[in-house]
Design a protein around this ligand. Structure first.
Ligand SMILES: [Zn+2]
Length: 216
């Protein structure tokens, strides 16, 4: 059984590497904290109502809720061949709990410099009509500023300002460094160059994990 964790700044890449890894290892279950949240929101669950109460009061969803949903998700035990966890742990406390509960094989740390994260995030655009994501670096619309699918104008996300991103990155480093240091002491961390394209990143991960790559 394989048990992996993927860590990446700003959750950049939307779980692409975790999904590619899932395809490379038959039966591996991809557990994405972001996907679980989106599922609850789409299905108007009790948890969604709770999150809505927190965010509409102007507060951030805290680590405890995240911990709760991850514990619940892992508790379903539908991962006989293992899992790749994406978006967790977020604090040293959660990392300690995790190490006590599970034998982790590796922590895949996708390394992207803050400068590159800035460039990529600032070039994100969102369709105001259908919500499709674009990126002016590698997923440009055919016509500038117009959605390929529905023709509505593209917009920047409200929270994608340089100031807001700097704050998010600072918080990310403050919270993540202790988690990474803990995993590093257990010799679990594999640092992967995240500034390459996704095929290259996947090939690096497969080589480090001694798996045969999808790209071959
Ligand atoms: Zn659109």
């Amino acid at each position: 059984m394989h048990k992996y964790i993927v860590m990446r700044a700003q959750n950049y890449g939307k779980g692409t590497q975790a999904r590619m890894l899932q395809k490379a290892i038959p039966g591996l279950v991809h557990i994405s904290v972001g996907d679980i949240f989106r599922w609850h929101m789409a299905n108007h669950t009790k948890l969604a109502a709770r999150i809505h109460r927190i965010t509409s009061a102007g507060n951030l969803v805290d680590d405890e809720i995240v911990e709760e949903i991850v514990k619940h998700r892992l508790g379903t035990h539908d991962w006989n061949y293992g899992f790749v966890l994406d978006g967790f742990p977020r604090s040293r406390h959660q990392a300690e709990f995790f190490l006590e509960s599970f034998d982790i094989d590796a922590v895949i740390h996708i390394v992207v410099s803050d400068e590159v994260v800035h460039k990529r995030v600032m070039s994100r655009r969102l369709c105001s009509g259908c919500g499709l994501d674009y990126n002016l670096i590698y997923h440009r619309p055919a016509e500038d500023g117009i959605c390929d699918v529905c023709g509505a104008p593209l917009e920047s996300r409200i929270d994608d300002t340089p100031e807001a991103l700097s704050t998010r990155l600072k918080e990310y480093h403050e919270k993540t460094e202790p988690v990474l240091n803990l995993f590093r002491r257990k010799e679990l961390v594999l640092d992967v160059d995240g500034e390459k394209d996704s095929e290259h990143i996947h090939a690096q991960i497969c080589e480090m994990l001694k798996l045969s790559s999808l790209a071959k």
